[in-house]
Design a protein around this ligand. Structure first.
Ligand SMILES: Nc1nc2c(ncn2[C@@H]2O[C@H](COP(=O)(O)OP(=O)(O)OP(=O)(O)O)[C@@H](O)[C@H]2O)c(=O)[nH]1
Ligand SMILES: [Mg+2]
Length: 207
């Protein structure tokens, strides 16, 4: 079975990818845990985790190859392969005005990609959604982009407090229950569930 792998890093987000496959864009504020969650999804270290935030300046593309559904028989149809587009985190304070504009254009170009099945939007379990988060949501709404939200770093809160935080974030952003998954790259909480939800997002766009 093929393993997830790094395809390449692209300075602009309008490049065609070969072979053409459905795509999911990974979005969230700087330091929210995008690269860590990507590694958790892949089951190995394919994305770099930076000690200093705001380092990713490009669209980093990873291929998630076709795989058998968890627990499925040998003859079961494979899950469809897809690309994950890892984008620079937004909202990092030490970024210049010009750079901020460039990041925004990169995100918008990614959202406008013809094969985009939807976004995987990351939100820190300990934070209220920021103005930048709400600005992102406006971009999604304007395009009717399908959204799957992952609440990250659940291990930073005692287990008993997690569901209430997930619920509060969900309510603030007006998300449906099946649009949000509580996750931790560190403890692996929710990672399998998130993978399945991403596959559902993909299968919705392929026939
Ligand atoms: N406790 C805990 N820490 C996490 C988790 N995921 C990420 N972190 C930490 O959060 C910091 C940022 O993680 P990254 O995965 O690099 O975040 P990012 O969103 O890719 O950051 P940028 O690319 O700089 O925007 C690192 O110090 C990680 O070790 C998690 O599930 N639990
Ligand atoms: Mg990163």
């Amino acid at each position: 079975m093929l393993r997830p792998y790094f395809v390449g890093s692209f300075p602009s987000a309008d490049v065609p990818l070969h072979p053409p496959l459905p795509e999911i864009a990974l979005l969230g504020r700087s330091n929210v845990g995008k690269s860590s969650l990507l590694n958790a999804l892949a089951g190995r270290r394919i994305a770099k985790i930076s000690a200093t935030p705001g380092k990713t300046r490009a669209m980093n593309v990873f291929e998630m190859p076709a795989r058998r559904p968890v627990g499925a028989q040998h003859a079961a149809p494979l899950h469809h392969a897809y690309y994950i587009l890892d984008l620079p985190g937004y909202g990092y304070a030490k970024v210049s005005h010009a750079e901020r504009g460039a990041l925004r254009r990169l995100v918008i170009a990614a959202l406008d990609r013809p094969r985009l099945a939807g976004v995987l939007w990351l939100l820190d379990v300990r934070r209220e959604p920021s103005d930048e988060d709400c600005g992102m949501q406006d971009l999604f709404a304007a395009r009717s982009t399908r959204v799957l939200a992952a609440v990250t770093k659940s291990d930073k809160l005692p287990r008993g407090q997690r569901p209430a935080r997930e619920q509060a974030i969900r309510a603030t952003l007006g998300l449906e229950g099946d649009q949000i998954v509580l996750t931790s790259a560190r403890s692996q909480e929710g990672v399998a569930e998130l993978k399945e939800a991403m596959q559902q997002l993909i299968e919705g766009t392929v026939s």
